[in-house]
Write a protein that binds this ligand. Structure first.
Ligand code: B12
Ligand code: SF4
Length: 428
């Protein structure tokens, strides 16, 4: 997302959980504008027994480089990989029959273990298993290479009430390095739901959290906001939950809880929202604004109804327009993200989609726009579709980090980049 660096909450949840339930010392390292050599040195100085890597797809190759150097320096150190990419490789192999996960082990002896899906319980089990020198087959929720094949142990149940988890331990995060061009650099990130009830074909969230959406209660969120305010003077929050707007009751309780407490006027917050929740008036923007809501971030994706349908987004361009206008009218900042480069989209469709968006933009309704090239993440139905149809033209498509076209489309790569740059210059 261009020049954005934000807290890495997943590992902070893992640190909190493992520190609470296992007798061990845990440290989080967040690599931001830092060489692999530097971060490797810091990790080795900590003298770890186990190093865990949290990887989105775009970070997998960097993580492998670091793991390789660590293993070369001290082969006793074990490595475990988790996060969205690991879950994606696992699902792609187990649900779609690919060899992505096996190949990752085969090609990279620096990987000892994978933990796909939610990490807290399996990571604790792995640490205990390593301490007690258990047979790895008896450690649930992990994947490893036994020298001949990939072994997958029994599945671990998801945590369905997130209030059962300790608060994320943010104490190691390099806050001074976080930044973003769109708003405050010191936003405190919160993530209070896991999963999504929709199934957009390109999205990793329903893949990594299958089943019901797990949540924190409004009371727990209030507790955490108050804690972060009082202990660290954090005032500006961003709820990066995918489905924050789909639970009306929770939002109302949270908003009223802020309004009727000492937090009123002392905290502000932003959220991701589904356009149809806002256009359909399923949330009370005025109440939320009174409670300090300052921004809504919409994943608009495209203004082309055919593409929205193919993506399984279950919303339409009219809803996007209505949601943007309503949010602006409520005095709340609007942020939007778009994707371009769909394998089915013609230049005429692409231009129309961008022109329709620019019409809203030119009315001054939108504060900030992100544009990314759609990238098929392993484990998603979209990846399966692209790989089956040989649509991936860039073999390093995951390293591209959504910043360049990676798929075969009716529009040439050069033309696509031209259109992208022209659009960016208009919304910058
Ligand atoms: C906040 C957020 C961001 C923030 C901050 C990211 C960060 N530093 O972590 C910002 C805005 C910077 C960002 C940027 C991008 N993001 Co983002 N982001 C998110 C979001 C909405 C929430 C992340 C979060 O806090 N989750 C909550 C925690 C609790 O979950 P978690 O991180 O998955 O961790 C759990 C498990 O995965 C596991 N686990 C994680 N790490 C490890 C490690 C070990 C060792 C173990 C055992 C387990 C484990 O255990 C954790 C606790 O249960 C997610 C969606 C989501 N649901 O996660 C997308 C998501 C992670 N982002 C995604 C993408 C694509 C991007 C961008 C590429 C977007 C772009 N257009 O450029 C960039 C990449 C930036 C970069 N180069 O690093 C995708 C990743 C897909 C993939 N396969 O890689 C996601 C999943 C969105 C989606 N639904 O598709 N993102
Ligand atoms: S894109 Fe948003 S609505 Fe669609 S599945 Fe992902 S998180 Fe859910």
């Amino acid at each position: 997302m261009g020049n954005v660096a934000r807290p890495s909450l997943g590992v902070c949840y893992l640190k909190a959980y493992v520190s609470k339930y296992a007798q061990c010392t845990v440290k989080v390292f967040h690599q931001i504008n830092e060489s692999n050599e530097n971060i490797t040195r810091q990790i080795l100085d900590f003298n770890p027994d186990l190093v865990g890597f949290s990887v989105m797809s775009c970070a997998f190759s960097a993580a492998l480089c670091i793991a390789k150097s660590i293993k070369e320096t001290d082969s006793r150190i074990k490595t475990v990989f988790g996060g969205e990419h690991v879950t994606g490789l696992f699902v792609d192999e187990t649900a779609y029959g690919s060899c992505l996960m096996s190949n990752a082990f085969y090609d990279n002896p620096c990987i000892d273990f994978f933990i796909p899906f939610e990490g807290e319980r399996p990571l604790l089990g792995l640490i205990q298993g390593l301490k007690e020198k258990k047979d790895f087959q008896d450690v649930p929720g992990i994947v490893f290479w036994d020298g001949i094949r990939v072994c997958v142990t029994s599945r671990v149940e998801r945590v369905l009430n997130l209030d059962d988890l300790p608060m994320a331990d943010r104490s190691d995060l390099p806050y001074a390095k976080y930044h973003s061009p769109d708003d405050l650099s010191d936003l405190e990130y919160m993530h209070t739901t896991r999963g999504c009830k929709f199934k957009c074909i390109y999205c990793a969230t329903p893949v990594s959290n299958p089943g019901p959406v797990a949540k924190n209660s409004a009371e727990r969120i209030l507790f955490e906001m108050r804690f972060l305010k009082e202990q660290y003077n954090r005032k500006s929050f961003f709820f990066c939950d995918e489905l924050f707007t789909t639970d009306r009751e929770r939002i109302d309780t949270l908003s009223n809880g802020i309004i009727n407490s000492d937090l009123r006027g002392r905290v502000d917050w932003r959220i991701f929202a589904r356009a149809d929740d806002v256009s359909g008036k399923r949330i009370d923007l005025d109440l939320m604004s009174k409670a300090g809501l300052k921004g809504l971030f919409f994943g608009i994706e495209t203004m082309n109804p055919r593409s929205l349908k193919k993506l399984g987004k279950k919303s339409n361009p009219e809803q996007s327009k209505e949601a943007i206008r309503r949010t602006y009218d409520a005095g709340i900042d609007v942020w939007c993200s778009l994707m371009i480069g769909y394998p089915w989209e013609t230049e005429i469709e692409l231009r129309k989609s961008l022109d329709d968006y620019l019409e809203m933009f030119s009315m001054g309704f939108i504060k900030h726009t992100y544009v990314a090239f759609i990238t098929p993440f392993p484990g998603t139905p979209f990846y399966n579709y692209c790989s089956r149809n040989n649509l991936i033209v860039n073999p390093k498509f995951l390293d591209a980090n959504c910043n360049e076209p990676v798929l075969k489309t009716p529009v040439s790569k050069e033309r696509m980049i031209e259109i992208y740059q022209e659009f960016i210059s208009l919304v910058a």
